[in-house]
Design a protein around this ligand. Structure first.
Ligand SMILES: [Zn+2]
Ligand SMILES: [Zn+2]
Length: 289
């Protein structure tokens, strides 16, 4: 398994600033904000690393979630403390939807699957499997909020890194493409980006899997899922997606930020299956438990 690119000191060599907020206020840097500073080609990565280290010294890079200096173990732009605070999804868990069974079994059971959760046993979901990087709480929930609503798009990097850390094995050679859950066009215009697409692009680049955002589209607008019950969520998104025949016969993986009740991903998977996809898995950064 390929690990995150971290040096022995635990400080990740950074090709750019990744949108970190830098102190003091007024010295805000975005991914492109200081791009000009590094644009003349450096003689070596070492020289570049020294320049970045020197800038860090004067304007310490701050975590977009907790505003602390990034420090050791950082996953730019997330600080080391926030990265470590993320509660990972641990086995034993439901073999289908990936729901962890806390308190079930002993630590020796880690890494084993113990059948299906009640919901999957009662009504099996349309996807072959679903896995997530972490539990939707604390630092991870804050990071996803900053990513989606705070315009901290560079957080796609550590969030996708979390998915790979926990679930890279699910991106096997048989997976033909990653398909992000499409955002309603109006919402995407308002936000300026689709968070699922940014995550899929990072995952695809790291794992060497193609990303196909056009294989799935929304066919009608839906109300925001946040304030709805599970039954209402399911009804709200029913028939709201359509997939292209390009998926016929292929194994694909759907990508989204949060698995809540699974209503949205299930509906996306139904559309992909209806278009002929042979097998559909689901990867999300976080999972509500
Ligand atoms: Zn932090
Ligand atoms: Zn389940």
């Amino acid at each position: 398994m390929k690990s995150e690119p971290v040096t022995e000191s635990g400080i990740e060599p950074r090709p750019g600033f990744h949108g970190c907020v830098r102190a003091p206020p007024g010295a805000r840097a975005s991914a492109g904000g200081l791009g000009g500073l590094a644009s003349p080609p450096m003689k070596s990565d070492t020289a570049r690393a020294w320049v970045l280290a020197a800038i860090d010294l004067v304007f310490p890079a701050l975590c977009p979630v907790c505003s602390a200096a990034l420090g050791a173990g950082r996953r730019d732009p997330l600080c080391g403390a926030c990265w470590r605070a993320i509660e990972r999804v641990r086995a034993p868990l439901c073999e289908l939807c990936g729901l962890p069974f806390p308190g079930f079994g002993t630590p020796a059971d880690e890494g084993t699957l113990v059948g299906r959760c009640q919901a999957c046993a009662t009504a099996p979901p349309p996807f072959a499997w679903a896995r997530a990087g972490g539990i939707y709480a604390g630092a991870l929930r804050d990071a996803i909020h900053a990513f989606k609503f705070g315009g901290k798009q560079p957080l796609a990097r550590p969030l996708a890194g979390l998915v790979l850390e926990q679930a890279r094995a699910w991106l096997s050679a048989g997976v033909a493409a990653l398909v992000p859950v499409p955002l309603a066009p109006a919402r995407e215009r308002e936000r300026g980006f689709n968070q699922a697409l940014l995550l899929a692009e990072r995952l695809g680049a790291e794992a060497g899997v193609a990303v196909r955002p056009r294989w799935l589209r929304r066919t009608r607008p839906t109300a925001p899922q946040a304030d709805l019950t599970a039954v209402e969520r399911s009804r709200n998104v029913r028939g709201a997606f359509a997939a292209t025949p390009a998926v016929r016969g292929l194994e694909v993986v759907l990508v989204d930020d949060v698995f809540t009740t699974g209503a949205t991903v299930a509906e996306c998977v139904r559309a992909l299956r209806a278009a002929g996809a042979r097998r559909v898995g689901v990867l999300t950064v976080a999972r509500v438990v």
